[in-house]
Write a protein that binds this ligand. Structure first.
Ligand code: DGL
Length: 267
């Protein structure tokens, strides 16, 4: 029997990854868990985020998945290696694919990374990019207001421009030619970020890069869906579904997202 791809995030942001996985692999069944009762992860300690990641993974494993995507930069940055060690299935994070794409794209070897406080504080992107090419200079910046801006739907207009302008000013001064959007919410701010950084800076969307990695891994293992039935997509959340379903439209385009509330770990 065909199994699904399991994907989790701290909340709705991982839907940007689901959207790209659906575009790359439209036939695959997907089971998504948004840990909406415990979002945001970006301000929590590595120990706490790792515990949440383990509990989310156990929930998804119980749903019979064939692989796991940690569709949260914060969880990938602080807990991916531990999840890979602990659980017996292929696990893909969002960080390595973005780091690889940035290292491949930069010409000037000056790369910027933006993300949550926890992601930037972990130094995980810098480590991953420098492991590929130690000559690349990495400038990082936490942009904590971007997540609530996106969740309010304020992805365009003067407030978004003002906030992005402030956060990105130091990166503009560094003359980077590549900027990694190191948070699952940031693809929705691509236009604003692109306008501020200007046309000479390439934006790396880790959601797109992760979808390529998932597709490659399934092909390599001969694990792509065999059956011909329509793709089955299930969405679970740990808090009431209303907010997730409303914001889901923003992240997922036109399609409506309906979710079921479940208990994971202690919540
Ligand atoms: N999904 C998280 C990430 O990609 C952002 C939201 C949070 O802080 O939980 O880092």
């Amino acid at each position: 029997m065909d199994k699904a791809i399991g994907i989790f995030d701290s909340g709705i942001g991982g839907l940007t990854v689901v959207k790209e996985v659906v575009a790359a692999l439209p036939d695959e069944d997907i089971i998504y868990l948004g840990d909406t009762a415990r979002v945001p992860y970006g301000i929590r300690s590595p120990e706490t985020v790792t515990r949440y990641s383990f509990e989310n993974t156990r929930f998804l494993l119980a749903q019979e998945i064939k692989m796991l995507v940690v569709a949260c930069n914060t969880a990938s940055a602080v807990s991916l290696a531990a999840v890979q060690r602990e659980f017996p299935l292929p696990v893909v994070g969002v960080l390595e694919p973005g780091a690889r794409a940035a290292a491949a794209v930069t010409r000037t070897r000056r790369v910027g990374v933006i993300g949550t406080e926890a992601t930037i504080g972990s130094g995980a992107y810098e480590k991953a990019i420098k492991a590929i090419n130690p000559e690349i200079q990495v400038s990082s910046r936490a942009c904590p207001l971007f997540v609530p801006l996106v969740e309010e739907g304020w992805t365009h207009g003067e407030v978004a421009m003002l906030v992005a302008g402030r956060y990105l000013a130091p990166l503009r001064e560094r003359n980077i030619d590549t900027l990694v959007l190191g948070c699952t919410h940031y693809p929705l701010l691509k236009k604003v970020i692109g306008t501020i950084m200007g046309p000479t800076v390439t934006l790396i969307d880790s959601a797109t890069e992760t979808a390529k990695e998932v597709s490659g891994l399934l092909a390599e293992r001969g694990a792509k869906k065999q059956g011909r039935g329509a793709a089955d997509r299930k969405f679970f959340v740990t808090d009431t579904p209303a907010r997730f379903e409303k914001a889901g439209k923003l992240f997922f385009g036109d399609s409506r997202v309906t979710a079921e509330q479940v208990r994971v770990g202690g919540v």
